[in-house]
Design a protein around this ligand. Sequence first.
Ligand SMILES: [Zn+2]
Length: 347
Amino acid sequence: MAKSKTNEPSPSDNSEEAVANVKEEKETKSKKQSEEINGKSNQNDVISNSKKKGAQPTIADMFEKMDKKRKLESGNDSKPQKKTKTEEIKSAINGTSLQATNLPKRCTECRQYLDSPDLKLFQDNPIDAVEEFVMLTDPRLSVFDGDYDTADVTERLQYKITQFSVYDRFTHLCGFDQGLIEKDIEIYFSGYVKPIYSEDPSSEGGVPARNIGPIVEWWVSGFDGGEKALIGFGTAFSEYILMNPSEEYAPFVSAVQEKIYISKAVIELLCENEQATYEDLMNALDTTVPPQGLPTFNEDTLLRHAQFVVDQVQSFDSAADENDLILITAPCMRALISLAGVTLGEK
Ligand SMILES: [Zn+2]
């Protein structure tokens, strides 16, 4: 398997910078040596570290330092110290406010840059599209043939949605997998709603609906051997299984599908071989044929989506019963977690 190098830092990328770094290091070293002779090495370390990083300490950091100082110092010394610290804080505040005015503006909902050429507006609403509560009463979607006595009213009804687009309340098209739902940002979708048994992804026969939502959750199913991974949206009223996106929304879905299908491949391998090594995993990805329209999987794809893959394996584990093996502890998962620096969530 081709081991990719893209994730390793390559100092040779910018030779000028590399030379400068070496110079700087030499300088610090010689400084350090002379300071050590003078017995001041500790103090110097602190100074050179903060310079090297180039990161400005936050205001919170300053307060923290100030607090410690106060506790340590006697009452006599604290007054002049306080004055200089306040000045530092003032300049820090001025610095950040200046920076903020220079930054391009972001949407308060979807966080996309408002002047970005990638920012797309949803504009494909069919004229006869109806609101969610009107759509839900459409007889074309009724699966009960009027016999409501047999319906389990406690369960949310499931439908399919095709030719869909997802957008925020400013109609900016946006991804549904980017944490917006989790942050309680309201995002909606439009498209053609079909009965759950429908297999036809065209708009024909569907009920055109707009501003369905807000989406309160999204999920994936079909990781354990089903041919397709299904993505679903949940609103306060219903669940919608995704069929095909609209043409303008397709790029957002491809991005999600890539990480979903690589997770599916990983989980399927683990179900077959819970002792799979990282090399086994690479071999499996190499021979996996991704769904139409997606590039082939490699180590880069895996590392790029490592956090999502690990989250999915954990969530798969959490649904396991006591006889099932726990997959997250497989050798290849341990390797992936340490390679990609993934955090194990509480999901
Ligand atoms: Zn927006």
